[in-house]
Design a protein around this ligand. Structure first.
Ligand code: AMP
Length: 240
């Protein structure tokens, strides 16, 4: 899921887009739009961790019960996964961080990692109302084969319960079960929300986007506008 696609626009400098928001705020959906637009890869720590579990690696075995319960996995582990990932050649033009950093310790480590890379860094904060999140996560389904996310309210499949792309039967992701959702939201409040204050105090560029009421396409056009407003960064459409 972290492969970059053919871009339709190009940025003048490498950019690190940090998508920040609670579970269910739409980070995954917005990441995919940005991947298609700029052709830079999405680095989703959640996807990387789930991949380890699927492959039954040593890391996967060590984190499976935490992931199932909706608690965060250790900082050192995700820091190491992200450091290895951003060093790969496909990140040279930039990348999207989806679901990282989730603690202030991770944010500090992220800065140590990004500073020497000379990337333009921008934090996009997807702001969503608590009740909207609960409703959204209850309607969430995923294709077990290709990973496409659907939502019975905001993004229904063409045929109920079936993936549009490969006809696979959609499932509820294990950590989208109601008791796990509650735990994930509590973890967000306690450990992740303080990261946004840390970014603000540390003079990072933080853009707040209302992701409660607007459709995903509208949220994406706001993000496009914000990136176009960054001094020193130009976004040019690619002519094919
Ligand atoms: P996500 O798909 O981003 O919602 O992540 C799913 C689960 O993976 C979370 O509930 C955590 O257990 C774990 N996880 C993902 N990213 C991180 C991170 N940056 N730090 C700690 N745990 C993470």
């Amino acid at each position: 899921m972290s492969d970059s696609g053919p871009e339709t626009a190009r940025v003048s400098a490498p950019v690190a887009i940090i998508l920040f928001g609670s579970p269910g705020s739409g980070k995954g959906t917005q990441s995919k739009y940005i991947v298609d637009w700029l052709g830079i890869p999405q680095i989703s720590t959640g996807d990387m961790l789930r991949d380890h579990i699927r492959r039954g690696t040593e890391i996967g075995v060590s984190i499976a019960s935490r992931m199932r319960a909706g608690t965060l996995v250790p900082d050192e582990l995700v820091n190491a996964l992200v450091a290895e990932r951003v060093a790969r050649p496909d990140c040279a033009k930039g990348f999207i961080l989806d679901g990282y950093p989730r603690t202030t310790a991770q944010a500090r480590q992220m800065m140590r990692l990004l500073n020497p890379l000379g990337v333009e860094e921008v934090v996009i904060h997807l702001v969503v109302d608590y009740n909207v999140i609960i409703a959204r996560m209850q309607g969430r389904r995923v294709c077990p084969k290709c990973g496409t996310l659907y939502n019975s309210v905001s993004r229904p499949p063409k045929t109920e319960g079936i993936c549009d792309l490969d006809g696979e039967k959609l499932v509820v992701r294990e950590d989208d079960r109601p008791e796990v959702v509650r735990e994930r939201l509590e973890q967000y409040e306690a450990q992740t929300r303080p990261v946004i204050d840390f970014f603000r105090q540390d003079n990072h560029r933080v853009f707040d986007v209302d992701a409660s009421r607007e459709r995903p396409e509208t949220v994406f056009s706001r993000i496009q506008g914000m990136l176009a407003d960054i001094p020193g960064l130009t976004v040019k459409e690619v002519v094919v």
